[in-house]
Design a protein around this ligand. Structure first.
Ligand code: NAP
Length: 291
């Protein structure tokens, strides 16, 4: 695929630190190529100290829209004035849209995960979901579980106070009647809890930044319990490997990444990407093109 950039090319981007590893340019540029749009998506290395200046440069450079990744999502929610309801709830921005020079902050992570779980035929009505973690990604995971009708969401986190704070914040949501239960990380070894789980989401970097995932009794969960790791990789992650061995269904965060990217593409370009193009580009860049 060759992409010719000229004076008329519309630009979109991702800001992050680090950003070199990002798969978003591959996904968005594949969609531009498929639609024959004169647009390009670039990865820009923006340090925390430069985020405010970089955001101000979006209208200056006439960028159509920008994705934000680590460590900018939460800071941007404080810097941008016009925010979606979802950003106000999650406290994090992953999409900045340039509306005629005015910046608008949105977040497609929760909707991306929700769409992926729906594609995986997950129905949480009357069911327990377990979310491991209490950071920004966990907030999106809790919201997705609430929207999928979970009767209960257990939030298990190393720092229990953060789990409590997240449960309190997400309980303010008016719609949905999910009971939110803040717990410590030791709860993931609680067989009584695991026995009732329909879904277990890892929303921490454990297994990526640590050599292993903490002890978890996969066999204690029902046979149809889906194990979902927000981390995505070329191969099965440390969280998912034992779940596969225990013959439980598994999914990694590639599907969430594709779905949040498709939603962001529509926000930036006012047109949907062709079905399957961004997914194929992601799997190809992960070396998983045979899936
Ligand atoms: P974050 O805000 O830094 O949250 C980290 C969470 O993980 C916190 O709850 C933290 O617990 C916990 N944690 C970190 N290291 C730990 C350890 N060694 N042991 C136990 N708990 C640990 O990160 P985030 O932005 O929410 O992202 C979490 C993960 O989701 C990352 O791996 C990220 O790549 C992934 N993600 C994927 C997608 C996607 O599209 N697939 C989107 C967003 C994020 P404490 O509160 O105790 O510190």
């Amino acid at each position: 695929m060759s992409l010719e950039i000229n004076g008329a090319t519309g630009l979109t981007a991702i800001f992050g630190d680090p950003v070199e590893h990002s798969k978003s340019p591959a996904m968005h540029n594949a969609a531009y190529a498929a639609l024959k749009m004169d647009r390009a998506y670039v990865a820009l290395h923006v340090r925390s100290a430069d985020l405010a200046a970089a955001l101000r440069a979006i209208p200056a450079f006439n960028l159509l829209g920008v994705n934000l990744t680590v460590p900018h999502k939460e800071t941007a929610a404080r810097l941008i004035k016009n925010l979606s309801k979802e950003v106000r709830l999650l406290g994090a921005v992953n999409c900045v849209i340039n509306r005629r020079g005015k910046l608008y902050g949105d977040n497609t992570d929760a909707r991306g995960l929700e769409r992926d779980l729906r594609e995986l035929a997950v129905d949480l009505h009357g069911q327990l979901a377990i979310v491991i973690g209490a950071g920004g990604a966990a907030a999106s995971a809790v919201l997705a579980c609430q929207r999928l009708g979970a009767s209960e969401v257990a939030i298990c986190n190393r720092t229990t106070d953060r789990a409590r704070a997240l449960a309190k914040r997400m309980a303010r949501r008016r719609r949905g009647a999910s009971k939110l239960e803040p717990l410590g990380l030791d709860a993931i070894a609680n067989v009584e809890l695991l026995k009732g789980a329909r879904l277990v989401i890892n929303a921490t970097p454990m297994g990526l930044t640590t050599a292993r995932f903490p002890a978890f009794d996969y066999e204690a969960t029902p046979r149809n319990c889906l194990f979902y790791d927000l981390i995505y990789a070329a191969k099965a992650t440390a969280f998912l490997k034992p779940a596969i061995a225990a013959k439980r269904p598994v999914a990694d965060g590639a599907g969430m990444l594709v779905n949040q990217g498709e939603l962001a593409f529509k926000l930036f370009n006012r047109v949907s990407p062709p079905a399957g193009v961004m997914r194929a580009a992601l799997l190809n860049s992960l070396g998983r093109s045979n899936q």
